[in-house]
Design a protein around this ligand. Structure first.
Ligand SMILES: [Zn+2]
Ligand SMILES: [Zn+2]
Length: 266
């Protein structure tokens, strides 16, 4: 049985936990190490079971705790060479990851980590380098598409492959447009290499839906330019158009920004 839990999702910090009951992976390490330790304890999880942390890109909200996890807890850090370079240069990582925990991934290549088969792939965003992940275990496929400015053919393929999907749904178009952000920031977020809006997330789901896709978690919601009820309404409407009822035909959950999610047993 697979288990999934979010420890935080959004610009304040991203970190996801995936386990088969024995081996576990973390995807991103953007939640502070003290909070992370507390969340593990509260959920009765063991950090010792984490076989690796996969990093999507080098923005602070994805890497804050990465050196602690590596050097203090001996967890190998897997990502591309460029993202590792970005982590080394980042203002928010004060300690370098010790060499033995630096593990390099090539995009589009399978790497075995514990009982997981992991494949990273390019996504359009504005970190030093940016990847999503496809993780396979026990005949199931779990995909993570976060911090993705627009949906690429590769991203579409990942949705088609996924049984379980974490998908960014960052902002509502009109809230971003009418909201308080300065023009340059609106442009960055709404740009090709920025974040994904609710409508694009909804369209991507509706266009690439298949019966094997049973669970979707919408992630990285903006605090200022989005709201869970708006996301749910938007996604629900698009899926209804292709004949799907959320909660019956497919499970859709919105991940909260600063609060851990339930533990989902899949
Ligand atoms: Zn982010
Ligand atoms: Zn980012």
């Amino acid at each position: 049985m697979l288990k999934f839990k979010s420890f935080g999702s959004g610009s304040s910090g991203n970190c996801y936990y995936l386990s088969n009951g024995e081996d576990a992976l973390l995807i991103d390490a953007g939640v502070g190490i003290r909070a992370l330790k507390r969340y593990f304890k509260e959920a009765q999880l063991k950090i010792d079971n984490v076989r690796g942390v996969l990093i999507t890109h080098d923005h602070a909200d994805h890497i804050k705790a990465v050196a602690h996890l590596a050097n203090d807890y001996r967890i190998p850090v897997y990502t591309t060479t460029k993202i590792h370079e970005g982590i080394r240069k980042s203002y928010c990582v004060t300690e370098n990851i010790e060499a033995e925990y630096v593990k390099l991934l090539e995009k589009e290549q399978e790497t075995e980590i514990g009982c997981f088969s992991v494949c990273s792939f390019e996504v359009p965003h504005d970190g030093t380098d940016n990847v999503g992940y496809r993780i396979r275990t026990e005949g199931k496929t779990f995909c993570v598409l976060t911090d993705i400015g627009h949906i690429t053919p590769t991203a579409e393929q990942m949705i088609k492959d996924a049984n379980y999907l974490v998908l960014e749904s960052n902002y509502d178009n009109s809230m971003l447009e009418m909201g308080p952000y300065p023009a340059y920031l609106k442009e960055r977020i709404g740009g090709e290499n920025g974040h994904l809006c609710n409508t694009d997330a909804a369209k991507a789901l509706a266009e690439n839906y298949h019966e094997g896709l049973t669970h979707v978690w919408l992630c990285h919601l903006s605090e200022e330019n989005n709201h869970p009820t708006i996301v749910e309404k938007c996604i629900g409407a698009h899926l209804y158009e292709i004949g799907l009822i959320v909660g019956k035909d497919i499970s859709i959950e919105v991940l909260r920004r600063k609060v851990p999610s339930d533990m989902y047993e899949l």
